[in-house]
Design a protein around this ligand. Sequence first.
Ligand code: HEC
Ligand code: HEC
Length: 380
Amino acid sequence: MDPYACKATGVNLRRVSGGRWTRQPLCVVIPICLLALAGCGKQTSVTAEKPIGAAVKIDAPLGLPDVPVPAANPETAEAIALGRRLFYETKLSADSSLSCASCHNPRLGFTDGKQHSTGIGGKIGTRNAPTVVNAAYVPFQFWDGRAPSLEEQAGGPIANPIEMNQTHDLCASKLDADASYRADFEKTFGPGPVTIGKVKNAIASFERTLISGNSPFDAYMFGGDKKALSPAAIRGLEIFRDKNKGNCVTCHTISETYALFTDGKFHNIGAGVNGEGELTDLGRYDETKVEGDKGAFKTPTLRNVAKTGPYMHDGSLKTLKDVVDFYAGGGNSNPYLDKEIKEIKLSGREREDLVEFLESLTGDVPSNAGPPDSPGDLLP
Ligand code: HEC
Ligand code: HEC
């Protein structure tokens, strides 16, 4: 091998005993890099727990781009089917009382319809369950973005003491003891015991299929059907987009060829402020410790929003009308309020128009997303 082959790679430096950095040929560098990766639990678990079947493509509906899929966890038919089974599996919780779907119920837009979720033994959390539909498009999971991927997110609720309250080891061994699960895992990942990494990868593969678009808004905006929206919804769309009116689109983005309705960023919009003007949840700040992130939460998608109330990270607003009134009032004042949030002058009719527009964002949900073997009509 040419000893200078790695000149341009930028990763080819290695400290020698004298403390200098020298160039090393690739044949030395690559094994070192691989060793470094092997030392990092996350990397090993993903690479050793990759589905073995043929990769399948998830078709994006009108109004949405292709679903991003990580190379380390390709979508396969077996992984999606296993993830679907696991999503509805109560064995994931310590007393077998809860599945993911207990709080992300397909009949309720994959939320639980409650202000705060109820976990194991009736324990009540402090945050509202967001929908998992279209979560595949967002680079951070949870309201505060503390999980970088769907794979990493899936482990959270299993071990969370006020959600499913079960150690990852126990979760894997309960599934491993079930012959039919063992067979499904082997079909998906090849021979070997059930591990939490495989559980997380399969659930994430299923979640990436929970894509919803093709709403009346999409037909109007991207499908050229100018009759798909009512005149009121069209007026609402204009208010939504007008920077001097609603200014909603600044954070709930609409692109040229698709609309995610989220910028994937974190903002303090003044939700979750108590009577004394104090923040009740520091949100993104708990993750970053950056002062300006206090009270900032991830911009949620607005797709299917008519089905996912109550609203905001704390579930404090019951209806879409409450949300529009909240924004018109400029949010609750606090020192970290985003500069894009200010009082908006909106007449009664304009508020109704905005609500009608938000209601036009309800789209199709894949028919094979309910519990395995259930008819499609279990879905909303
Ligand atoms: C007890 C109710 C409960 C259970 C059970 C539960 N979740 Fe959640 N889920 C929540 C709540 C509440 C949040 C928001 C928490 C936060 O942001 O801190 C959430 C957040 C999420 C998110 C992030 C979505 C986003 O937009 O950021 C995903 C994805 C998710 N859950 C998937 C799952 C999966 C997969 C399971 C099963 C392994 C599961 N959940 C089990 C209540 C629950
Ligand atoms: C500065 C960015 C920003 C602007 C501007 C903005 N939003 Fe939001 N929106 C957010 C964030 C962040 C949240 C979540 C906040 C929280 O929970 O504390 C949110 C939450 C929502 C929710 C609740 C969704 C859910 O699932 O709980 C709705 C509905 C909504 N916004 C609609 C609008 C409308 C309508 C406008 C314009 C009048 C607007 N937003 C303007 C960032 C913004």
